[in-house]
Design a protein around this ligand. Sequence first.
Ligand SMILES: CC(C)(COP(=O)(O)OP(=O)(O)OC[C@H]1O[C@@H](n2cnc3c(N)ncnc32)[C@H](O)[C@@H]1OP(=O)(O)O)[C@@H](O)C(=O)NCCC(=O)NCCS
Length: 396
Amino acid sequence: MACYHMPMTNQAPTIAPAAPSQTGLRGAVVGDTRLSSINGEQGELIYRGIDIRELAVASTFEEVAYLLWFGALPTADRLADFRAQLNRRRALSESLLSLLRCLPAKGTPMDVLRTAVSALGVVDSHVTDMSRDAQMEKAMTLTASVPSILAAYHRISQGLEPLPPDPQLNTAANFLHMFTGDTPDANAVRVLDAALILHADHGMNASTFAAIVTAATLSDMYSAITSAIGTLKGSLHGGANEGVILNLLDIGSVENVDRWVERKLATHEKIMGFGHAVYKAYDPRAAELKRIAKEVGAAAGTTKWIEMTERMEQSVWQRKQLYPNVDLYSASVYHTLGIPTQYFTPVFAISRVAGWCAHCMEQYADNKLIRPRANYVGPRGVAYVPIDQRSEDINL
Ligand SMILES: CC(C)(COP(=O)(O)OP(=O)(O)OC[C@H]1O[C@@H](n2cnc3c(N)ncnc32)[C@H](O)[C@@H]1OP(=O)(O)O)[C@@H](O)C(=O)NCCC(=O)NCCS
């Protein structure tokens, strides 16, 4: 961090006493939520009280979004209506497509998504309407648009025309269809749908916190989700899944895994896909994705990635006793599905936008500005030195 050298002064500056700080806000509770809860000691995650392992097997992403937003699983009629409402909002406006066409073809998809979601707020004439109905409208527009934005940009960057959404398809199928141009394979749709379920919400994670900090200023939901996308992108958060596959590609084979892990740990480098700020047990999402990765690999006849990942898990455990997190096994699932690496974190966003919107609505319903304090550890009592009396000895 830039730090100015103490200017010349007769007064000895005093150093502020350092009160204990909670670095990284570990363990700090920012408020109440009814949306999801992690039991870090037991390795459990629930959405509205329901175990995610049950949801991953039996549910759909749309059902989970409904559960998060409305508080209970939908009836068949309500689910059909909810799906239809999402599908009506999937098509992108001409102005948004023009924006995507203007962006460099080599843009990073997460940056493109952040920019396009911000633009959605500009074209919504009800952006400042904070009523519950308007919030729900925005949540639907955002959740329906994210996969369409990513698929459209992918095609534009390939020199292809974006494809319209298919009103018969769900979120997972529509994304695969608009992204690849092919009729999606039913197994691939089910696999992606399960991954979307598992990523939809996760307590007060960094990107959700970014979203509610923005929402708590009574800024609009597009701004809140723009903040969240910028936060998810980081390699210590959602960006880790891209890091995992880049590592696997770098390692190349199962035989090289141990040596690679040893070298990384010896040089104190973080290994993507391991460790967690809350879980002190096996991340239940990682367990589900490991099962899915094995099924996907077996079906595709490419078990290399899952074998390497399992070896990495064993190797890291033997040397450092770190559990895998959600990003370890999602990487080989997405890679085997043929999703390009740069779209791994965006796929995370396709799902997490449902959780972000749910948290924003919860925040708006019982709002209080989020305004923590920092522990000042700098000098005090420093005299102001006029510009013509300052020395060159400034340490920037
Ligand atoms: C997620 C993460 C930021 C959590 O951090 P945290 O709870 O603050 O854990 P700490 O950074 O305090 O780590 C505790 C110890 O484990 C080590 N550690 C944690 N995660 C590690 C990793 N992925 N690789 C290597 N060592 C790791 C730390 O270096 C530290 O070791 P030390 O006690 O010898 O110094 C961290 O585990 C990480 O950077 N993981 C890799 C990125 C990733 O996969 N992110 C996705 C999270 S879902």
